[in-house]
Design a protein around this ligand. Structure first.
Ligand code: FEO
Ligand code: CA
Ligand code: CA
Ligand code: CA
Length: 642
């Protein structure tokens, strides 16, 4: 969900004039420059941008999986499917898609078919949740290198948030019922479900007793430096270690020891009555997260006191974490790993450091918030079980981007630099509970809403999606966020010193500026249309074993006008670097999320989130995927060769 929709149309004079005025030459050299033939590929194309910067990584070696990869670029991209909006997915020539699982489909055996008019919380607990986001694929047997690793999988899917207007007929936002609230609690979290590809090539989900649902009420354990801190204790949990549920899980990542990480993002929207909090530091943090002073929009606090800060001021401190889940053990308790900091985590993808530790990147998706990295203290052990608590000890860093294309990871460690007791950071728990405040004190660079971050195992670079920030003013432009009123977003490439994810210094450049290539140059100021890639609002990212980057977008219709949100691929090295090619387009009102490949990279999974958003069940603006007059249902699709 994009909770920061642009406030004004990017086609307005104000926007053009604003942007046209600016952008210094100094910043320009960092952006990919035009190479002729940018329009040589039919359909949607980005710049063939040469990046002579020393930061530009050499092409690497594809991983062993790359041989079977069904998405080797170039593809024949989706032609601009004007005029949008439209309500059936579009797929690049030579590809097809299956709907793998929809909101309300049974995850366990013995269920009844979904009917929007007979929902109950008990039924929703056993069904696929609402608004699918990040997806991850695991072979059904851990470390399976056999022929079935690519056709029999465990699919994890985040359920980011719910929308009562799209779930219940006659929903009254001012007075939701307890049953509606309970259904929404059960439709949050995530789903782990078996999937199989049949001989006909079609992917289907398989109800199974070892599938599992995680919801907003699933018992979880708080681990790491904040666990047991008085600020995470509540009436229901005096230990400060036993939390109910996870909320607003957006992006994620997988670890080499076979677990998945899922990121709690906009947790502020579930809480009410921040005005009742008296502690000044908690007050400041709540305000910066956006927790309302009075009633919440969802009104869950009417039924559950834990969402009411007047009754349970510490409950929000138990959200905004990275959660670790074992897909191979339905009985294992999910762990909230506090060492990785508390903010609006968008993502949690990682990579191995030169000395064998694990590094996890995570953006904080709000305007002017930061990019983070966590590096474990210990090495990844070959024995999976020995990594059970690896993520509880390590160093959290925040990024500062310098104008000369260099950068620094600043350690968020209590007692170091300005993070002193005098400044309110006596303990590491102080730093982790108030990560944003600590990062500000260190001088981190405020970014244009960091969404997904994804390391590239082939090139050794790291890609950061900055989705948009229409509130950046001219005075706030900097080299890493070079466009004020940035409605379309950009993608930064970060190269760690020595290509080592444990490095504390890095180089960076802009991989692409998103926008509309067909509009006058004036819209991009000193950037020419050939420096702009045809996409808008990059959000989820994925990198395949060929080192190709895949981008899911959230906001294209508002910026490009002619296109629904989409999944696009691009190469990040060579003469085609930065040229986007659309492989899939979603449906009316939806954003695309959750790009992930099966183990052989013959299939790309993606989620169509919130089809028909903005409408109601009484007047749906989408009937996808079932057509006719059916209610729209967020679903996971499998994209594969036709
Ligand atoms: Fe949940 Fe920032 O997207
Ligand atoms: Ca978004
Ligand atoms: Ca997102
Ligand atoms: Ca990703």
């Amino acid at each position: 969900m994009d909770f920061d929709r642009p406030e004004h149309s990017p086609t307005s004079d104000t926007f053009e004039q604003l942007v046209a005025r600016r952008l210094s030459r100094r910043d320009l050299f960092r952006v990919g420059v035009v190479v002729g033939g940018a329009a040589a590929v039919a359909g949607i194309a980005g710049p063939a941008a040469a990046l002579p910067s020393p930061a530009s990584p050499p092409a690497g070696r594809p991983g062993p999986v790359g041989r079977d990869n069904a998405f080797r670029l170039p593809i024949t991209p989706v032609d601009p499917p004007a005029p949008a909006p439209f309500d059936s997915p579009v797929v690049a020539a030579g590809y097809t898609h299956d709907v793998v699982i929809r909101w309300g489909d049974d995850v366990f055996p013995g269920g009844t078919p979904f009917d929007v008019d007979t929902q109950t919380a008990a039924l929703q607990q056993r069904r696929f949740g609402f608004n699918a986001d990040y997806t991850a694929y695991f072979p059904q047997r851990r470390n399976d290198n056999g022929t079935k690793r690519g056709t029999e999988g465990l699919l994890w899917v985040n359920h980011e948030y719910t929308d009562g207007r799209m779930m219940f007929r006659g929903y009254d936002p001012a007075a939701p019922t307890r049953e509606q609230v309970d259904i929404e609690l059960a439709a949050h979290g995530g789903t782990l479900v078996r999937i199989e590809q049949g001989r006909d090539g079609v992917w289907r989900h398989v109800p199974h007793r070892d599938n599992f649902r995680v919801t907003a009420t699933t018992p979880m354990t708080l681990t790491g430096p904040v666990a047991g801190d008085p600020r995470v204790t509540t009436t229901a949990d005096p230990t400060g270690r036993a939390v109910l549920g996870m909320l607003n899980n957006c992006g994620g990542g997988v670890t080499p020891w076979g677990t998945l990480l899922t990121a709690e993002e906009n947790f502020d929207q579930y809480f009410a009555n921040a005005a009742a909090v008296t502690d000044p530091r908690a007050k400041e943090a709540n305000a910066r997260f956006g927790i309302p002073a009075g009633a919440s929009e969802r009104k869950w606090e009417r039924f559950y006191p834990r969402f009411d800060l007047a009754q349970e001021p510490n409950e929000p401190n138990r959200f905004g974490w990275i959660v670790e889940i074992d897909p191979y053990d339905p009985r294992a308790t999910p762990k909230k790993r506090t060492a990785m900091g508390r903010f609006k985590h968008e993502a949690a993808a990682g990579t191995t450091t030169a000395d064998g530790r694990w590094a996890v990147y995570s953006g904080d998706d709000s305007r002017f918030e930061f990019v983070y990295k966590f590096v474990t203290r210990d090495r990844v052990n070959r024995n999976d079980r020995r990594n059970a608590d690896l993520l509880d000890s390590g160093t959290l860093y925040v990024a500062r981007f310098a104008a000369d294309g260099s950068g620094e990871w600043l350690p968020l460690v209590a007692g170091q630099g300005p993070l002193t007791a005098a400044n309110g950071f006596a303990t590491q728990a102080d730093v982790l509970l108030h990560t944003r405040q600590a990062a500000t004190l260190l001088g981190a660079t405020p970014m244009d809403r960091p969404e997904d971050i994804e390391p590239n195992p082939v090139t050794g670079s790291v890609y950061i999606a900055l989705t948009n920030n229409t509130r950046r003013t001219e005075a706030q432009e900097d080299a890493a966020n070079p466009r004020s009123a940035n409605a379309a977003g950009h993608v930064i490439e970060l190269v760690e010193d020595g290509k080592d994810a444990a490095a504390t210094r890095f180089a960076w450049n802009i991989l692409l500026l998103a926008g509309d290539r067909t509009t006058p140059e004036a819209r991009y100021g000193t950037f020419s249309p050939d420096q702009v890639s045809e996409l808008a609002c990059p959000d989820n990212l994925a990198v395949d074993s060929l080192g190709q980057l895949w981008i899911a977008t959230d906001g294209a219709p508002g910026v490009l006008g002619t296109m629904n949100d989409a999944v696009l691929g691009l190469t990040v090295t060579g003469p085609e670097r930065g040229r986007t090619q659309q492989v899939f387009g979603g449906v009316y009102g939806s954003e695309m999320t959750g790009v992930f490949f099966n183990a052989t990279e013959t299939t790309m999974f993606a989620s169509v989130q919130h089809p028909g958003e903005g409408g109601t069940l009484a007047a749906p603006t989408s009937n996808w995927p079932d057509g006719g007059s059916s209610v729209p249902r967020s679903s996971v699709v499998a994209i594969r060769r036709a």
